[in-house]
Design a binder for this molecule. Structure first.
Ligand code: SAM
Length: 165
């Protein structure tokens, strides 16, 4: 896993295909205490420093109801990451693992996810603990933690389908 966009022994970069516009909309900006990748936690912790999710103006009404959850899932765009390393060497020892077997920020689509503790909501700002991203990281989405969420819409057939044991 690269820390400062370097390539290490054993790592492999590929030519990326042209980007497809998936129509991603950043819904806000994440404010954290970290401005240096080397100082960031590698994974957030629920008792970590307070961080702020500043929701962009048109999306503030989308926060309605979120306050009833103690934990939320946060998705963010690790915007300062390189995206082309398919093999990475987290230990810097020449041994490498595939990007999809790591939680490295370096991946074709640098999406980060974290389960965070919801501390409060102040207007269009959500206060959370549990993040591990740089100050200014774009916010992609926010949802109730899946373990605490029960679907509100009526069931549909796929809900009851099972597969091989
Ligand atoms: N919790 C997320 C996950 O598992 O999907 C991200 C984990 S990733 C290992 C966290 C690391 O990404 C941080 O330690 C920091 O080095 C790096 N990072 C954080 N914010 C970043 C950003 N905006 N752009 C690039 N790298 C970032």
């Amino acid at each position: 896993m690269v820390r400062l966009n370097e390539i290490r022994a054993g790592e492999v970069a590929v030519d990326l295909p042209p980007a497809t516009d998936a129509g991603l909309i950043f819904i806000g900006t994440i404010r954290t205490p970290w401005t240096d990748r080397l100082a960031c936690p590698r994974q957030g912790r629920l008792d970590g420093p307070l961080c702020r999710l500043e929701i962009a103006e048109p999306f503030a009404p989308a926060l309605a109801g979120l306050e009833q959850y103690a934990e939320v899932e946060v998705l963010y765009w690790l915007d300062r990451s390189r995206r082309d390393l398919v093999l990475q060497s987290p230990r810097h020892d020449g041994s490498a693992r595939g990007a999809f077997s790591l939680r490295s920020p370096v991946r074709p689509n640098p999406i980060g996810t974290a389960r965070a503790r919801l501390v409060g909501i102040e207007g269009a700002t959500v206060l959370v603990q549990g993040l591990d991203c740089l100050d200014g990281t774009p916010l992609i989405d926010l949802k109730p933690d899946r373990c605490a969420f029960t679907p509100l819409a009526p069931p549909q057939p796929g809900d009851f389908e099972t597969g091989p044991a």
